[in-house]
Design a protein around this ligand. Structure first.
Ligand SMILES: [Zn+2]
Length: 473
């Protein structure tokens, strides 16, 4: 993809629109600020930067500015002359916030449903049963609930693969507004409005959302836009329109592909040839799931630069299957991780997601070397940010990036902090979650949101939907 990331992109008539157009709003940009007296300094002997090539914890300190950018990461003790507010986290582990590359945040209100169903039975029990009964405000409240849940579980950047299941498009757009309110960094994966009569109108609706967003006072949480491609299930003409638009606007496009086994064998694999036609595979295409790939599909996709998001928690819950990650990595596929929808992953827990994936691979091969702790931790942080093309701002603790990090109180003595995180940590061990240098969650309590009131509102709305649906039958 073209590296337009930090250019001003307010002219929407430009040939290409930068997928991270909103970065133009971040008045602090990525220019590295000088250490200041009014910034922050966090001291720890276990700083896991997750930067490319880093394999050892750093015993030192991180400086970040009031604006939420990492100014410096230094080994050793800080000088007393540095100033700023000091956070003493010695004995605790500092790591970048998790990045989750595939999510449907609204689903949090419906977790635990249809536990004996595979993908299509589960979709029938949720989307196709309750979707028609959504009313104004439901998507907003459910999405806010899902985003805050992810934050408390340590996910500071998410790609919301937004879904158009409510009766109106305005209700669909509520997902975007909720994410703006939540404070979690996000990429909005946008569904073209199929009800509009022409491709031009569908495109103009997307552009006006981007334009509107770009004019709001920053800084705010949106890192950019992508497309949620649905044409592969609605018709190849629509799919082609999505591909062409994504390429024209230089947006990434993510699609569900090769998830449920029966559907993958019956239809999914057969669609590949037409998907690949006319430049349909490119480095802006991202597969969510991608479990049942033939050698040909895998190799052709990897060669074209297509990437994937692996969702082991959801894949296990829905009995979708185990992606052959070692084979995919050998083929050169770039892989990130996601916790998927809050009702198919059920608990948006990246620790559980890593363990589920790593243990399943180890069980399958009876080989502990098939996936290491540091490799899967990097996959759920920096590598996912790379797949989403936001690794210039998030995914690792490096100078110039956002101060998005977790302070973790290890539950037991630390031998290897990477393994402590992957094997022996749960969300309960997160002491605090920081986004852009702001403490968003501390000991499970939100700085800016009243979760008791949000839960009450969500419960009221779900009860109404269930009642309306029952009354309709
Ligand atoms: Zn999904």
């Amino acid at each position: 993809m073209s590296p337009l990331r930090y250019k001003l992109c307010l002219d929407l008539c430009m040939k290409k629109i930068c997928k991270v157009l909103l970065s133009s709003l971040f008045f602090y940009s990525v220019a590295v600020a000088e250490p200041t007296m009014d910034g922050y300094l966090i001291r720890s002997n276990y700083i896991l930067t997750m930067a490319k090539g880093s394999a050892e914890p750093l015993d030192g300190y991180i400086q970040f500015s009031k604006e939420g950018l990492i100014v410096d990461i230094v080994k050793g003790e800080p000088s007393e002359t540095l100033g700023g507010t000091v956070i003493d986290a010695r004995g605790k582990i500092i790591m970048p916030g998790f990045v989750s590359g595939h999510n449907h945040l609204w689903q949090r209100a419906f977790r635990g449903l249809a536990s004996d169903q595979e993908l299509y039975g589960w979709l029938k029990s949720l989307h196709w049963t309750f979707g028609d009964f959504f009313q104004d405000g439901d998507m907003y409240n459910f999405t806010l609930y899902g985003a805050l849940d992810q934050l408390a579980n340590g996910i500071t950047t998410t790609l919301n693969h937004s879904q158009n299941v409510a009766p109106t498009y305005d209700q669909y757009i509520e997902q975007f507004e909720a994410e703006m309110a939540a404070g979690q960094h996000f990429i909005f994966s946008y569904v073209l409005d199929e009800n509009e009569p022409s491709p031009a109108i569908r495109k103009s609706k997307l552009l006006s959302l981007i334009d509107d967003t770009s004019r709001r006072p920053g800084p705010h949480a949106c890192l950019g836009f992508g497309l949620h491609g649905t044409g592969i299930y609605r018709g190849m003409d629509f799919h082609r329109e999505e591909v062409n638009l994504a390429k024209e606007l230089d947006l990434d496009m993510q699609i569900h592909y090769l998830e449920e086994k029966a559907e993958s064998l019956r239809n999914g694999q057969k669609k590949f040839e037409s998907m690949a036609e006319k430049g349909g595979l490119w480095d802006g295409l991202v597969y969510a799931h991608f479990i049942h790939a033939t050698d040909e599909i895998l190799e052709t996709s990897a060669k074209a630069g297509v990437k994937m998001i692996w969702n082991p928690l959801s894949n296990g819950r829905l009995a979708s299957g185990l992606a052959d990650i070692p084979r995919y990595l050998s083929a050169g596929l770039e892989i990130g991780m996601g916790v998927d929808g809050s009702a198919s992953g059920d608990v948006c827990d990246p620790f559980q997601n890593m363990r589920m994936g790593m243990y399943a691979l180890r069980m399958k091969d009876s080989n502990a070397a098939v996936m290491s702790s540091i490799d899967i931790l990097r996959m759920h942080t920096l590598k996912t940010a790379q797949v989403l093309e936001v690794d210039d701002r998030v995914g690792s603790l490096e100078q110039g990036k956002f101060a998005d990090f977790l302070i973790i109180q290890p539950a037991a003595p630390v031998f290897d902090p990477y393994s402590t995180i992957v094997l022996a940590t749960s969300a309960n061990d997160i002491e605090s979650v920081w986004v852009r240098g702001q403490k968003m969650v501390e000991s499970g309590k939100y700085s800016n949101h009243d979760m008791v009131a949000i839960k009450r509102e969500v419960a009221r709305r779900v009860a109404r939907i269930v009642s309306d649906q029952a009354g309709n039958n």
